[in-house]
Design a protein around this ligand. Structure first.
Ligand code: NCD
Length: 368
């Protein structure tokens, strides 16, 4: 049952010239309008090409962390709408960031050359700081340059949550009341599930959420409370075999190895020196690194194999369930599962293009 949206673009105009930092900016009418636009983008791309809504617009992609889908789908979205993309040749590691330039200065510089900035950064809150830098520049130029958060550390990843919800509705229809959605894996560090649990609650759909994770990687209480305070029931378990039987959607996440070292550095710094890692001098930082890396490696290895959704596990799942993953996967879904009709992760990849086309047209005020 494909979702049917009967709405105008009017609610989407609220996004024009706005930074996209968190899913908290989205209300149900805006989501409906964004999804209607995304469907239109899908139709246009499949039948020969989209309107050049971003002609003469330049979008800067600035990625301080690795990315395949988010980076390239935003680039493809811009170009399919007739806009152009700038990036630093060779990535930010070849920009002045390696010379010690602050995020504030980097963003003010890039905002001088572009109409919107798509930013991925390892620090939670970095997108908000970038938005402040862009606003500071606007004081002098009068020209808004929206920042789109393409993932800020363990914080949020709003455009991913938008394409995830769009994909769920693609399967079950625009009204998803009554569904049970399971989140599996590293729920502590996975920014995609942080954004998606909030977005489901904000969309006021009456779904239930089941968080399935090892205790050490459970969903942070701030997100559980956010959902519960909006009357969305959230259950927590470590038992995938039992939980999978009652799910309509299973959303799997990768164990976020890169976050483990950062956390261990802070923990070891606190226990050895009684101070946060960032406040230590060079020799003290160097002294604790090997221990933190060892502890992180040990923690990662025990978490990595905790859950694998293989054909055996899929045989326990309902026939109509869909299996989602933001990708990249490591070993949590083996490739044999890809031929199962319920595997939806490459549809998510595809939908990411249409959602990002619609989002860029909205923030650049080009919803002609
Ligand atoms: C995710 C991310 O970067 O948060 N990837 C993505 O954007 N599709 C998920 C991940 O890295 O595990």
């Amino acid at each position: 049952m494909a979702a049917i949206y009967t709405t105008s673009d009017t609610p989407l105009h609220k996004l024009s010239h706005q930074h996209i930092l968190s899913v908290e900016q989205f209300e149900p009418d805006m989501l409906e309008s964004l999804f209607a636009r995304s469907q239109k983008m899908d139709r246009q791309v499949s039948t020969g090409g989209a309107e050049p809504l971003l002609a003469n617009r330049v979008v800067a992609n600035v990625f301080y962390e690795p990315s395949t889908r988010t980076d390239l789908s935003f680039q493809a979205a811009t170009q399919r709408l007739g806009g152009r993309v700038i990036t630093t040749a060779g990535g930010v590691h070849y920009s002045s960031v390696t010379k010690g330039e602050t995020l504030h200065d980097t963003i003010k510089t890039i905002a001088s050359y572009s109409d919107a900035i798509v930013l991925r950064h390892p620090d939670r809150g970095a997108a908000r700081q970038a938005a402040e830098a862009s606003d500071a520049l606007r004081q002098t130029t009068g020209r808004p340059v929206p920042i789109i958060n393409a993932g800020d550390g363990i914080g949020e990843h709003p455009s991913q949550a938008l394409l995830d919800l769009y994909t769920i509705k693609d399967k079950f229809g625009a009204n998803i009341d009554g569904l049970t959605i399971g989140f599996l894996g590293d729920l502590r560090n996975g920014r995609t599930v942080h954004s998606l649990i909030k977005l489901l609650a904000l969309d006021k759909c009456r779904v239930k959420v089941a968080c399935i994770a090892p205790e050490s990687l459970s969903m942070p209480s701030e997100y559980v409370e956010f959902a519960r305070s909006r009357e969305m029931p959230v259950s927590e378990t470590t038992d995938l075999q039992e939980a999978i039987r009652g799910l309509d959607v299973l959303y799997v996440t990768r164990v976020q190895r890169e976050r483990f070292v950062a956390q261990q550095l802070d923990e070891v710094a606190a226990s050895v020196f009684g101070q946060p890692y960032d406040s230590l001098d060079g020799p003290r930082k160097d002294a604790i690194k090997p221990l933190a890396e060892l502890k992180a490696g040990h923690e990662y290895l025990s978490a990595r194999d905790a859950y694998v959704v293989d054909p055996m596990m899929m045989s326990l799942a309902p026939k109509n369930m869909i299996l989602m993953h933001p990708l990249p996967r490591v070993n949590e879904i083996p490739e044999q599962v890809d031929t199962d009709d319920r595997a939806y992760y490459f549809r998510q990849v595809q939908n990411g293009l249409y959602i990002r086309m619609a989002l860029l047209a909205a923030v650049l005020d080009r919803l002609a």
